[in-house]
Design a protein around this ligand. Structure first.
Ligand code: 13P
Length: 331
């Protein structure tokens, strides 16, 4: 296994002037899709998952299977990362399961989903950093609130990150990476027209990067929601409304401004579902779940390989050898 920390991966990405995609997975077939794409393109990669958001009833079982799957790809430098840890305890569980990086999302109260105060965010983030540091694990925090919608009917509010707070947040918590709300949102329902500077605040990235030069910036909600995938899904029974995401050239631009980690889940899930629906529509008598899942895995892997080339991480595995997990430089 070539497990590396988020700090190791993003430091090298910055030196090399490229971004690294962090791809959300909810099943082991998807972990395989991400790792196959990384192997094919010679890329370092971040595999990330949200607690409770998988096909498995038990996080611990799923997380153990992720670590075992990564073991089969000793040629791929991999960060295994917890995305949007809602509280310190969930982050501790992921660290204990062997993850090399966790995100503590202290921007929201896990119970009410209302924004936390700055002080509450600092307190919970610091608690996770202290636990992670002792174990050589990296930590991502969040400043501002990245909005989002599961079904397009309601949309959690976006609260833009405040550059003035970023310096104090990093000084007090020591996070390795910071998710900054710049106007992007999670999910398959983002912008009602192609985004411009009035909704996508790329200027904030520059401003924040200048304030915290030693900390990596993370762009959440980076899916571009490809129209061809939406059309394929809708041609086979789906009803996704028209929506625009973050264009690929804006993601590339973000890596020149200070972003090193590019979070995307929806695009690869759309690719998975488009391939799966196409196969099921063509073969209406199959009852073997593996037939559709295999097609989905391949569709997802193809899209991720394409993104790895765009983000610049393709062909970069040599930057990471040998980088054993938990070397002192990780701390
Ligand atoms: P998308 O919903 O745009 O894919 O973003 C995923 C993400 O930011 C996960 O944290």
């Amino acid at each position: 296994m070539t497990l590396i920390t988020l700090r190791q991966a993003l430091d090298r990405a910055r030196e090399g002037g490229y971004g690294i995609g962090a791809f959300n997975v909810t099943d082991i077939a998807q972990v395989e899709a991400v790792l196959d794409a990384a192997r094919l393109t010679g890329s370092p990669v971040i595999v990330q998952t949200i607690a409770g958001a998988s096909v498995f009833a038990s996080d611990e079982l799923y997380w153990d299977l992720i670590m075992r799957t990564v073991d089969h790809y000793s040629d791929v430098p991999v960060v295994v990362h917890l995305d949007h840890g809602p509280d310190a305890e969930t982050c501790f569980r992921a660290i204990d399961a062997g993850f090399s990086s966790v995100m503590i999302d202290g921007s929201l109260d896990p119970e009410t989903h209302e924004p936390n105060t700055f002080e509450q965010n600092v307190a919970v983030t610091l608690k996770v950093v202290e636990y992670a540091r002792e174990r050589g694990v990296s930590v991502e925090g969040e400043l501002g609130t990245i909005g989002g919608s599961k079904d397009g009917s309601t949309h959690a509010a976006i609260v833009l990150a405040d550059p003035a707070e970023a310096g104090e947040f990093v000084a007090r918590t020591g996070v390795d990476a910071l998710a900054v709300a710049i106007g992007t949102s999670h999910g398959a329902y983002k912008f009602s027209s192609p985004p411009d500077d009035s909704v996508l605040h790329m200027d904030l990235i520059t401003e924040i990067a200048e304030t915290i030069p030693g900390t990596h910036l993370v762009m959440h909600g980076s899916s571009s929601l490809p129209a061809d995938l939406r059309d394929t899904i809708n041609a086979h029974g789906g009803e996704l409304p028209e929506s625009w995401g973050v264009p690929e050239d804006e993601k590339v631009r973000s890596t020149k401004l200070g972003v090193t980690k590019i979070n995307q889940g929806m695009d690869s899930h759309m690719a998975f579902m488009a391939a799966q629906r196409t196969v099921l529509d063509a073969d209406r008598i199959t009852v073997d779940p593996a037939v559709a899942a295999k097609a989905g895995r391949q569709g997802m892997s193809d899209l991720i390989a394409e993104r790895m080339r765009i983000f610049g991480q393709a062909g970069r595995t040599a930057d990471y050898t040998p980088v054993p997990f938990r070397e002192p430089a990780a701390l």
